[in-house]
Design a binder for this molecule. Structure first.
Ligand code: FES
Ligand code: FE2
Length: 419
């Protein structure tokens, strides 16, 4: 699976972690490799080995100067491409420097993230052409969280439609009018159980990953047809957002038992002020973090600050914000790396089974020598969520075709699930 990941461009850190030319380097751990991100004097991002090839000293303490990071142990200096530009502590340095390199991975800035490619040089694909790749900060917003579980446990929550009406429900039954004014999720829990009516009609394997289409019959006789995606190797289109705003969750392995989640919002239009305020200061869809870290304030060490009184009277879980509710449940599924032989899967786990199969098949094919097609078809990544309401006379097959067309270009987003 690690080899498969190394065929794709993935976020390595936030752009703001290395905020400008010659800035302080940042520690990055990715796919079990210790790395250092920095920006040279021209502002170009670099991602290099955390250890100096001379005698293994930490490059983190390096001097970032004149287009290179210099190891402060004996002064060897490397540029963003890993070329040794100076080897000043020994007479053979002038020629020996041409024989020494530090491991360096290609990297670029886009949408507030530093993207890196950690695979074989001759297999390097073009940049993925997500619609938002070139959008500026008025149309994109991202925050990074440190999760203490395997990346796939975090992904599964985005393909788990039945959990939202339980885990994410609030129910302040003591407030007059609470039931009438409640969030749709509450209505589902108490009565109409829309997730039980939702039927998946298509799981299409695509170059970029997987398209899923669900049909939900509504009480008024219409049907809602919705399309959402899994993008290889670890991106989803799930998440709540305001009108005209799309979501993506990206889970990048740090190692087998931890990952970074990049929680991302984007829009074809500049964000409205309300969206910006909620994202940056609301602390609900983007939970507050411990300053100087990527750890949420509510985390495993403090039982996610579960409030048992709230749980009895108000909130289904007793845990405050939606994303933290998810974390509490996924960071510990028989531990940080779930033993899936212990599971008892049911029909509502069908989307998860499909995503698992898509990834496992791709990993197996790669082991057999077949390269994944997705990274080399970058335009394929352009698709996004779409939703369509249809009246009785349109056949399901026709509706699926229509909603698929709407996954390209600006249309209104859907809420796949609430995390
Ligand atoms: S260990 Fe880095 S220059 Fe010697
Ligand atoms: Fe969730």
């Amino acid at each position: 699976m690690g080899e498969l990941f190394r065929r794709f461009w993935v976020p390595a850190c936030l752009s703001e972690e290395i905020p400008g030319a010659d800035c302080t380097p940042a520690r990055v751990k990715l796919m079990a490799e210790d790395l250092i991100a920095f920006r040279d004097s021209d502002g170009n991002p670099g991602l290099i080995d955390a250890y100096c090839p001379h005698r293994g000293a930490p490059m983190f303490f390096g001097r970032n100067e004149e287009c290179g990071l210099r190891c402060v142990y004996h002064g060897w200096k490397f540029d963003v491409n890993g070329v040794c530009t100076e080897l000043p502590n020994s007479p053979e340095g002038e020629t020996y420097k041409d024989k020494v390199t530090i491991k360096a991975y290609p990297a670029f800035d886009a949408a507030g993230m530093i993207w890196a490619y950690l695979g074989p040089k001759d297999k390097m694909p073009p940049k993925p052409a997500f619609d938002w790749m070139d959008f500026g900060p008025d149309q994109t917003y991202v925050r990074k969280y440190h999760l203490r579980c395997n990346f796939f446990q975090a992904i599964e929550g985005d393909y788990d439609p039945s959990h939202a009406v339980f885990l994410h429900t609030t129910r302040d039954l003591n407030v007059p009018g609470a039931i009438e004014n409640a969030a749709p999720a509450l209505g589902a829990l108490l009565g109409n159980k829309s997730f039980l009516r939702m039927k998946y009609v298509a799981f299409d394997d695509t170059d970029y990953g997987m398209l899923q289409v669900a049909v939900t019959p509504e009480a008024d006789g219409t049907q809602t047809v919705s399309a959402s995606q899994f993008y290889m190797p670890c991106f989803s289109s799930a998440g709540i957002a305001g009108a005209g705003v799309f979501s993506s969750n990206m889970r990048i392995p740090i190692d087998d038992e931890s990952c970074y989640m990049y929680r991302f919002r984007w829009s074809y239009e500049p964000f409205v002020q309300k969206q910006v305020e909620e994202d940056k200061y609301g602390n609900f869809t983007f939970p507050e973090q411990i300053p100087g870290s990527f750890m949420a304030v509510e985390n495993k060490d403090n039982e996610y600050l579960i409030d048992r009184v709230a749980q009895k009277n108000y909130s289904y879980s007793g845990i405050k914000s939606f994303p933290i509710q998810d974390l509490a449940l996924v960071e510990d599924q028989w531990g940080p790396r779930a033993d899936r032989s212990l599971e008892h899967l049911v029909t509502s786990d069908e989307p998860i089974m499909h995503v698992r199969r898509r990834l496992l098949n791709a990993a197996r094919e790669l082991m057999e020598g077949q390269e994944p097609a997705g990274p080399h078809n970058p335009e394929g990544f352009r698709v996004h969520t779409a939703r369509l309401s249809i009246a009785g006379d349109l056949s399901t097959a026709e509706a699926i075709e229509q909603v698929k067309k709407q996954t390209l270009g600006p249309v209104s987003p859907i809420k796949v699930h609430a995390s």
